[in-house]
Design a protein around this ligand. Structure first.
Ligand code: NAD
Ligand code: WQD
Length: 349
């Protein structure tokens, strides 16, 4: 049977890439998104890539009746939702420091409303977008899933809190399955260049800054510190191709819906296991794109850690997932998206 998957936040950066993988694996995704950080054109682009019409319900996860009717709609036509993929969240770390209540409301309250609606609809399986940010300052590297959870900002706390809620929920009911995917640093884009990351306003992350500088939307990239205890002094992260991440969601859903997933709650790192510095990433991008990225070193960004990378062994052993794509490919594909869409998605096509 083709399973229906309700994809909350499916119109966003990671969501759209995951839709492509879900469709190409034979799942039937139904998007539920309030378009607070995305738009319908992204879904139309997914349809163009896959040749499949994607059902999209415009709604907010804090709206119980909108969720009830979404689940009901699927059940009424004989395609009840088997699993919820929950990517819907606000995700800007800096903004979460200045607007913590908006973050707790959207990300934590929203998840509670979603979980209640799942209970009413009889849906017991959820795959949740968590983040490596739940670990905070590393006690040791690479991060393994049993590392201390100690986020350093409200955004990270929303992820840690939702993980705890899911852990408690699974403990209360053996029929519930919850898988938390702790993404490291997703970058790049689908190889078609039709979908990619399109931050509204100022980007928060390094890679979109690099690509925007390369297309001339920013004059100069700032490197936040070159005095870290790393080989070249700049920050080191575990960049993972968004298409690999998308495949990780499919593996997680396969696992959650299979008889292999005995235990209710599980959390997995999704990273490559390799660190890349800011300077190395800029170098790889310039090489792959042939476009220079003007940059200058400035002071450290408050709250940053020097280095972080994943131990992805658990996801490999249990889910059968491993990242396949190189940093060079991340740069090529990310550049292909940005150069074809210098201003991001249009309002309409
Ligand atoms: P995104 O902003 O592109 O996508 C999130 C989507 O959720 C958007 O389409 C937005 O409109 C929607 N949304 C937000 N609040 C909603 C609500 N209340 N109701 C319905 N829809 C809502 O972000 P992304 O980069 O694709 O991230 C997806 C998930 O992965 C998020 O949960 C994010 O916290 C998590 N994550 C992202 C990264 C990253 O670097 N991109 C890293 C780790 C974890
Ligand atoms: C990477 C490196 C910066 C911008 C954040 C969130 C985390 C997760 C992913 C969602 C660091 C440096 C950056 C710039 C720079 N998101 N940098 N100049 O900090 O690992 O993680 O995004 O869950 O929660 O905290 O990613 O891309 O912001 O930074 O030099 O203009 O690039 O100092 O070393 P980070 P990032």
């Amino acid at each position: 049977m083709e399973h229906s998957i309700l994809v909350a936040g499916g119109a966003g950066y990671i969501g759209t890439h995951t839709l492509v993988s879900l469709i190409q694996t034979g799942y039937r995704p139904v998007v539920f998104d309030n378009f607070s950080n995305s738009g319908i054109v992204a879904i139309e682009r997914v349809e163009k890539i896959t040749g499949v019409a994607v059902e999209c319900i415009v709604g907010d996860i804090r709206d119980a009746s909108a969720l009830d009717s979404a689940f009901q709609q699927c059940a009424d036509r004989g395609q009840p939702v088997s699993c919820v993929l929950h990517l819907a969240a606000l995700k800007a770390v800096g903004e979460s420091n200045s607007m913590p209540l908006a973050y707790y409301d959207n990300n934590v309250t929203g998840t509670l409303v979603l979980l209640e609606a799942m209970r009413r609809a009889g849906v017991g399986t959820i795959v949740f977008s968590s983040s490596a940010t739940v670990y905070g300052e590393p006690e040791f590297l690479p991060f393994v899933e049993t590392h201390r959870i100690a986020p350093t900002n409200p955004y990270g706390w929303t992820k840690a809190m939702v993980e705890q809620i899911l852990r408690d929920l699974c403990a209360s009911d053996p029929a519930i399955k919850a898988i938390c995917l702790r993404y490291f640093n997703p970058i790049g884009a689908h190889e078609s260049g039709l979908i990619g990351e399109d931050p509204r306003g100022e980007p928060n992350n390094l890679f979109p800054y690099i690509t925007r500088t390369a297309v001339g939307r920013s004059a100069c990239l700032r490197i936040f510190g070159d005095d870290y205890d790393t080989p070249d002094g700049t920050g080191v992260r575990d960049y993972v191709h968004v298409a690999d991440l998308a495949d990780g969601h499919v593996k997680a859903i396969d696992y959650a819906l299979s008889s292999r997933s005995g235990q209710g709650f599980a959390a997995f790192n999704l990273g490559t296991g390799r660190g890349t510095s800011v300077k190395e990433l800029i170098g790889a991008f310039e090489r792959e794109s042939g476009v220079p990225v003007p940059h200058q070193v400035t002071s450290r960004r408050a709250g940053d850690i020097g280095e972080a990378w994943a131990d992805p062994a658990l996801a490999n052993q249990v889910l059968g997932w491993a990242a396949r794509r190189s940093v060079d490919q991340m740069c090529r594909d990310g550049w292909n998206w940005q150069k074809n869409n210098p201003d991001g998605y249009p309002e309409k096509e």
